[in-house]
Design a protein around this ligand. Structure first.
Ligand code: COA
Length: 442
């Protein structure tokens, strides 16, 4: 049978496709922008027909109807990264959370440690040989397609065709054609705070560095402030729109990358239509599986690898909580530790945790993000052994190779002024500063 015949024979509606999901099965949704909302909505609409269907994904931008109150009989969400649509369900005990490094997810799928009976993903229309691109989201989605017993795809002609791993029509069981706009993220707000943090980060980035930057005001401020650097490269979990401007100016050219020279390599994309149009059929940007892009053993081979990630709290030892506020799971490790470890092992690599020194509650109360102890129940995302630089608007704390005493001192110096007395009191209690001062006089 030709691929065209295979394609035609597997065409169906979303409603027909989701009827093949069996009770008790595990459904993996493609990551982030790749989530096929048409299929997810059809699955949720068919809820009455299911019992005990587990739904797994990393970043999910959809309505998350399967995690809504009242869906417990039909679905149980079990994400690997918590987004707004599952956060309350987890707090209320109606959903689970599975911690895992992003780079490890394909391996866990291959080994069956993460069960995947059905995968639902978005793809482009096939090329002349019957291959479809996974567009914005190759990450773990590629492996999930290889591992699943049932593969359901939404073929979307608005999805960008990117360079990277492709999948053949013969690998799909049910094909749903639906032309839908691709999710676009809103531009971030960059204020004086983000600019001050960004400027401190930029002071650590040398010409010829290869960068990983996440999404949000701080990474975007870093990008904006890199205008006078030269020959930067991108090897990053993702890129958003800000990176394009630097690329168009020739500041990002990948000239000194040790491999994938001249190309920007990512595992997923999230931005505006402009970013998707840029990536469409563009060999200068590759979207590759996460067990390649995020693997520390791959990242470490880039010279001057610099990664910038954020955190919720950092304690005086340099332990970083990035994914939970106390016991409340807020997000997940994502690729943070993948890149921190990779950059640490790279020649002249640097890893940066960049955050405001404080967060402000709705009633105006200031909460320091540098704390004597992490909140009760908080998960340590990046350990004190892995931490390198911590950057706030107040300065830079270089922690690698430093004693606990030196770390605490350095972190206090970049903390919010309202927290310094409390932090200093804890410092004196913990490190017996009096004795240290006496020893230094001899
Ligand atoms: N105590 C209490 N609340 C805190 C807090 C603290 N120390 N720090 C942050 N918060 C609250 C904020 O007030 C905010 O609340 P809101 O949603 O009600 O406004 C919320 O947590 C998010 O804080 P914000 O500073 O806006 O976070 P962010 O969107 O910049 O995300 C992380 C920061 C750390 C949560 C995010 O970077 C993350 O999930 N990191 C882990 C994954 C990762 O690094 N991946 C790799 C990059 S692609």
């Amino acid at each position: 049978m030709s691929w065209q015949e295979q394609y035609k024979s597997r065409l169906c509606t979303a409603e027909e496709a989701v009827r093949h999901i069996e009770d008790g099965s595990a459904v993996v949704l493609a990551h982030c922008v790749g989530e096929p909302h048409v299929l997810v909505e059809a699955m949720v609409a068919n809820a009455e027909q299911y019992k005990d269907v587990e739904v797994k994904h990393m970043v999910s931008l959809g309505s998350g109807g399967y995690a809504a109150p009242g869906m417990e009989k039909h679905f149980r969400a079990n994400p690997l990264f918590v987004s707004a649509n599952t956060r309350n369900a987890i707090v209320e005990g109606r959903a689970d959370f599975t911690p895992a490094f992003f780079h490890e997810i394909p391996l866990l799928l291959r080994e069956g440690k993460i069960k995947c009976d059905v995968v639902m993903a978005q793809v482009t229309p096939p090329d002349e040989d019957g291959y479809c691109s996974l567009g914005t989201s190759v990450d773990y989605t590629y492996q999930a397609i290889k591992s699943a017993k049932i593969v359901i795809v939404q073929v979307n002609d608005q999805f960008p065709r990117t360079y990277g791993e492709k999948v053949h029509v013969s690998e799909f069981d049910y094909i749903v054609e639906a032309s839908t706009p691709v999710y676009e993220s809103k531009p971030t707000q960059i204020g004086a705070l983000e600019e001050a943090i960004g400027a401190n980060c930029v002071s650590l980035i040398e010409d010829g560095s290869t960068l990983q930057l996440g999404i949000g005001g701080i990474p975007d401020a870093v990008i904006q402030l890199l205008g006078d650097r030269k020959n930067l490269g991108i090897h990053s979990e993702m890129i958003s729109d800000g990176t394009l401007a630097l690329y168009e100016k020739g500041i990002i050219n990948g000239k000194y990358k040790n491999f994938d020279q001249g190309k920007m390599v990512v595992t997923f994309l999230m931005g505006s239509r402009k970013l998707y149009d840029f990536a469409h059929n563009n060999p200068e940007i590759e979207v590759r599986p996460v067990d390649y892009v995020n693997h520390p053993a791959v990242i470490m081979k880039q010279n001057k690898m610099v990664c910038v990630n954020s955190a919720i709290q950092v304690d005086l030892m340099g332990q970083v909580a990035s994914e939970s506020i106390g016991l409340k799971q807020f997000s997940g490790v994502g690729g943070q530790v993948d890149f921190i470890r990779g950059a640490s092992m790279a020649e002249d690599g640097k890893s940066i945790i960049a955050m405001a020194s404080y967060t402000q509650k709705k009633d105006g109360t200031i909460i320091s993000k540098i704390v004597p102890f992490l909140d009760h129940g908080a998960a340590v995302t990046t350990s004190r052994n892995d931490i390198d630089y911590v950057v706030t608007e107040c300065g830079i704390a270089a922690l690698k190779g430093k004693s606990l005493r030196e770390r605490a001192k350095s972190l206090i110096s970049i903390s919010h002024e309202s927290a310094r007395d409390e932090l200093q009191a804890e410092f004196e209690k913990r490190f017996h500063e009096k004795f240290y001062a006496i020893a230094k006089t001899f």
